[in-house]
Ligand binder design. Structure first.
Ligand code: PNS
Length: 162
């Protein structure tokens, strides 16, 4: 069984991420979307909120599940008996850090393969950070995030609009 892990911060998930999940689900037997619990960063959404946004958005895909991890990604892969890492690519500039991560992960776990999936051109300039900034400043991000995330922004940023 080909199990792939799609790791990320997903703070929050965007339609760019969801496009990558859809494509991955067609390639692999099972895809685990793995939300990073990063104690050093202060995310806007809790890990539970981030996981729920994703789970609601992928419920139509029977071979996709959502989980969280902390520590090394390769340890999570070993736990889940997965050997594929999926990463979305937007720009050429993404490649530098992505190749660095892929090489480090290969070094740590020699039988791992990182698979890059280009994001849809419509979402190629999207990032969770830019979407958060626009939402925070009152811009319309409904084209870029699922409805549950839009509602999440409305709650988180309600104070700043008063
Ligand atoms: O969505 P992001 O922030 O680009 O995702 C980055 C992520 C989660 C894939 C990366 O930070 C990661 O794998 N962190 C876990 C720690 C780890 O395994 N580091 C060594 C390999 S680079």
């Amino acid at each position: 069984m080909r199990i792939a892990v799609y790791p990320g911060t997903f703070d929050p998930v965007t339609k760019g991420h969801l496009y990558v999940v859809e494509r991955s689900a067609k390639i692999f037997d099972h895809v685990v979307v793995a939300v990073l619990v990063n104690l050093k960063k202060e995310p806007l959404f809790s890990v539970e909120e981030r996981m729920k946004f994703i789970a609601d958005s992928v419920s139509h895909l029977s071979n996709v599940s959502v989980d969280h991890f902390s520590g090394l990604l390769v340890h999570f892969l070993q736990e889940r008996q997965a050997r594929f890492i999926i990463r979305g690519l937007r720009f050429v500039s993404d490649l530098e850090t992505e190749l660095q991560m892929a090489s480090m992960n290969k070094d740590l776990m020699p039988d791992v393969e990182t698979i890059f999936i280009p994001t849809h051109h419509e979402f190629s300039y999207l990032s969770s950070s830019i979407v958060k900034e626009v939402a925070h400043l009152g811009g319309d991000v409904s084209r870029f995030v699922p409805n549950n995330v839009l509602q999440g922004f409305a709650v988180k940023y309600a104070d700043s609009k008063r």
